[in-house]
Design a protein around this ligand. Structure first.
Ligand SMILES: NC(=O)c1ccc[n+]([C@@H]2O[C@H](COP(=O)([O-])OP(=O)(O)OC[C@H]3O[C@@H](n4cnc5c(N)ncnc54)[C@H](OP(=O)(O)O)[C@@H]3O)[C@@H](O)[C@H]2O)c1
Length: 343
C-alpha cells in the first residue's frame, strides 16, 4: 500500500470559557503513514475505528489541572481500534482493542508502550455496535457501575437523586438503580430529555431544572439515601439539605464549573453532621481492577437483553471532535457522542 494520510486533532491554545474549535484546536492533515511497511519496533499498529468525546476533556485543556494536556499535543481519549499488524503475541491482526487513544487514524505502539495491560480486547460476544463500548459499556458506564457499587452501596427500597440524569453516566446510574430496586429522581436540561427518562428509562420522576425549581422537586420527592452528583454548585447544596440519615453522596462531576464559571459557595455542609452523611469523590480508573470483570459480564448482557437502554450520536470524521465537545458541554446532545473515523 502507498502511504496514506494520517490526520490528527490537536490542542493549540487554551480555551477560556467554552472552547472555540477554530481558535483552540487544529485538525492537522499533514501526517502520513504506510501501514504495510512502517517499522513496528516490536510493537503493534492500530487503526482507529471510534473515539469518545467526553466532558472531562475540557479540564485537560486548562493549565495545571489533573493530567493537563501540553499545547500542541494530540487529544487523548477513549477509543476503539482494530489491530492492523502486530509483533507481540498478546494481540493479533483483527483484534478489537479498547483503551486510551491518540486522536488520529493510525497509531503505532512500540517498545514499552505496547504493554498489554493498557488495552482490553473486546470480544463482543453480544454482538453490540462497537460504539457502545465507549458509552454505557465503556468508561462512562463503568463510572456509573463502579461508583454505585463502591460508594453508593444501594439497598433495594432506597431513594436516589441523579443530576444530569439523561447523560451517558446519568442514564446508566438511573437504569442500574431501577434494576437494583431503588426509587429514582432525575434532573436534566430539556423537556425531551425528561420524556426519555420517564418513558424509556422509567425513572420514578424527572424534571427539567431549567424551568422548574430543583429545591421544590427534591423536597417533594422525599429524603435522599443517595445523591449522584454530576454537576456540583447549587444542586449539590440542595441535595445536601435533603439527605437522609447515613446518606451517601457520590461526587462524580462538577460540570457547572468546567467552563470558567465562578464556583458556587456551598452552604449546607453542616447538615451532614448529625445525619452522618458520607460524601466521596469518584475516580473511575481507581476501581478498574476491582470491578471491570464484573462490569463486562453484566452490562453488555443487560444491553443485549434490552434491560439497559442508551442514546448515542455517532458522527463520521475526526475533524468534528471540537464541535462535538462544545455540544456535549452545552447539553445539546442526549447521551453518548462518538466519532467514527471511517464512513
Ligand atoms: N469521576 C469520574 O471518574 C468521571 C468519569 C466520567 C464522567 N465523569 C463526569 O460525569 C459527568 C457526566 O459525564 P457524561 O459523560 O455522562 O456527560 P453527559 O452528562 O452526557 O454530558 C454533559 C451534560 O452536562 C449537562 N450540563 C452542562 N452544563 C450544565 C450545568 N451548568 N448545570 C447542569 N447540567 C449541565 C448537560 O445536560 P443537561 O441537558 O441535563 O443540562 C450535558 O448534556 C460529567 O461531569 C463528567 O465530567 C466523571
Amino acid at each position: 500500500m502507498a502511504p496514506v494520510s494520517n490526520p490528527c486533532y490537536r490542542l493549540i491554545s487554551r480555551p477560556s470559557g467554552y472552547p472555540d474549535p477554530v481558535k483552540n484546536f487544529q485538525y492537522d492533515t499533514s501526517g502520513s503513514i504506510d501501514p504495510d511497511t512502517i517499522d513496528l519496533k516490536g510493537g503493534f499498529l492500530m487503526q482507529t475505528q471510534f473515539l469518545s468525546v467526553d466532558p472531562y476533556m475540557r479540564g485537560r485543556m486548562d493549565e495545571g489541572t489533573f493530567d493537563a494536556w501540553e499545547l500542541g499535543n494530540v487529544f487523548m481519549g477513549y477509543g476503539i481500534s482494530e489491530v492492523i499488524r502486530s509483533e507481540i503475541p498478546e494481540f493479533q491482526e483483527g483484534d478489537i482493542l479498547y483503551g486510551i487513544h491518540r486522536f488520529e487514524h493510525y497509531t503505532i505502539h512500540e517498545g514499552w508502550e505496547a504493554q498489554t495491560k493498557k488495552w482490553r480486547v473486546i470480544h463482543n460476544f453480544e454482538n453490540l455496535p462497537l460504539s457502545v463500548y465507549l458509552g454505557v459499556a465503556g468508561m462512562p458506564g463503568k463510572t456509573a457501575y463502579y461508583g454505585m457499587k463502591a460508594i453508593g452501596q444501594p439497598k433495594a427500597g432506597e431513594s436516589i437523586f441523579v443530576s444530569t440524569a439523561a447523560g451517558v453516566v446519568g442514564q446508566t446510574v438511573c437504569q442500574l438503580s431501577k434494576a437494583w430496586g431503588l426509587k429514582v429522581l432525575g434532573s436534566t436540561g430539556s423537556d425531551d430529555k425528561v420524556k426519555f427518562l420517564q418513558e424509556d428509562i422509567h425513572v420514578d420522576h424527572a424534571f427539567n431544572y431549567k424551568n422548574s425549581s430543583t429545591a421544590d422537586e427534591v423536597k417533594l420527592f422525599g429524603g435522599l439515601d443517595i445523591f449522584w452528583d454530576n454537576v456540583g454548585g447549587q444542586i449539590l447544596d440542595i441535595a445536601l439539605a435533603n439527605m437522609k440519615s447515613h446518606g451517601r453522596i457520590i461526587i462524580c462531576g462538577q460540570i457547572a464549573r468546567y467552563n470558567g464559571e465562578n464556583p458556587y459557595g456551598i452552604k449546607n455542609v453542616f447538615s451532614m453532621v448529625y445525619n452522618e452523611v458520607t460524601m466521596k469523590g469518584l475516580y473511575v480508573n481507581s476501581y478498574e481492577e476491582q470491578y471491570s470483570e464484573e462490569f463486562y459480564s453484566t452490562v453488555p448482557k443487560m444491553i443485549a437483553d434490552g434491560k439497559m437502554k442508551y442514546t448515542e450520536e455517532v458522527v463520521v470524521g475526526l475533524e468534528h471532535a471540537g464541535d462535538l465537545l462544545v455540544k456535549v458541554l452545552k447539553g445539546q446532545i442526549m447521551g453518548k457522542v462518538v466519532l467514527q473515523m471511517w464512513a
